[in-house]
Design a protein around this ligand. Structure first.
Ligand code: MG
Length: 313
């Protein structure tokens, strides 16, 4: 059923601030068994959880090695990016009373360390796609200073079954958020290079764009093009709903784009939004990490990838 901007949000939906106190909140994911949104406070070096039933904000992990984006894999474990360990990690601590149980999945390519994995998405075939910009080795408050060992910033595809790590997107200057279209035929990748010097010294034309790639044979990203330009600010993290609409962060809130790239909805948020995720027991609440706080609003849609997981369960 097609959705119009009016029907994307629940009737009388309003932005609600539900928690605050982070230094910079990022990387939200909904953990069903805990009825909680888990997210990163990157400079605070903590992982926080907002419990929906009680409204409590709890510290899930301290000294967390500067985690950033996260997603659930097909078993329901959390796949998370670590600036500090320059790695993609898997945390099986998702049961109601679980504590962190973290293992490293991958931290190098061809013998060279990753930069600082930023955001991650799990495809329905179990492969893990993640962006690898350099914020966590450039900004002291977001990790540990270090070098770009492979000399660039890419999106990688990691196959946990084989251990194979393959560059998937190499032509986005500062890759950041990423998500697949509902049928996984398109990979979206944001570029947040606006405000940093261009690598080749030239003018920066699309430093705040979301790029689209065709996914060929389920594993190759081809035919990259500009999908939308997002402003003010930059599109950091984003999610795609079951209808293929893209819900992007921006400086002044959340902007929703149709599959054709038309901006169909704006949700004003008082703080700069870094990322979003769908959650709540019905999957229809949009949670928004925004600077120091966590906000939410009720919608009528669910995350495209959640539908894939459910249909396979
Ligand atoms: Mg990010």
């Amino acid at each position: 059923m097609p959705t119009t901007p009016q029907t994307l949000l629940a009737q009388d939906a309003a932005v609600e601030k539900v928690a605050t106190g982070a230094q910079w909140a990022e990387g939200p994911v909904w953990i069903p068994a805990r009825s909680a949104v888990r997210f990163s406070d990157i400079p605070g070096n903590r992982i926080l959880e907002y419990r929906e039933a009680t409204g409590a904000l709890e510290v899930y992990a301290a000294d967390a090695e500067f985690t950033n984006g996260r997603a659930l894999d097909r078993e329901g474990a959390v796949i998370q990016c670590s600036h500090g360990r320059r790695a993609i990690e898997r945390d099986t601590g998702t049961a109601p009373d679980a504590v962190p149980s973290v293992s490293t999945l991958v931290d190098s390519w061809n013998g060279r360390r990753l930069n600082s994995p930023n955001d991650v998405v799990v495809k329905s075939d179990g492969t893990i796609w993640f962006s690898d910009p350099s914020y966590g080795i450039q900004k002291e408050e977001e990790g540990h200073p270090g070098q770009e060992e492979y000399g660039d910033r890419w999106v990688f595809r990691f196959d946990p079954a084989s251990g194979e790590l393959t560059p998937a997107v190499i032509d986005v200057e500062v890759p950041n958020g990423l998500a697949f279209s509902p049928d996984e035929s398109i990979l979206y990748v944001s570029d947040t290079s606006l405000g940093t010097p261009a690598m080749d010294g030239g003018p920066r034309l699309h430093g705040h764009a979301i790029h689209a790639y065709d996914v060929v044979q389920g594993r190759f990203a081809r035919n990259g093009r500009i999908f939308v330009e997002v402003g003010p600010g930059v599109p950091d993290g984003f999610r795609v709903d079951v209808h293929g609409n893209l819900w992007s962060s921006s400086k002044e809130g959340v902007q929703v784009f149709s599959p054709e790239g038309e901006r169909i909805l704006q949700i004003a948020v008082p703080e700069t939004v870094s990322n979003v995720c769908f959650g709540g027991d019905d999957g229809r609440t949009l949670y928004m990490t925004a600077s120091s706080s966590l906000y939410r609003i009720r919608t009528t849609v669910t995350d495209a990838s959640a539908a894939l997981r459910t249909s396979e369960a």
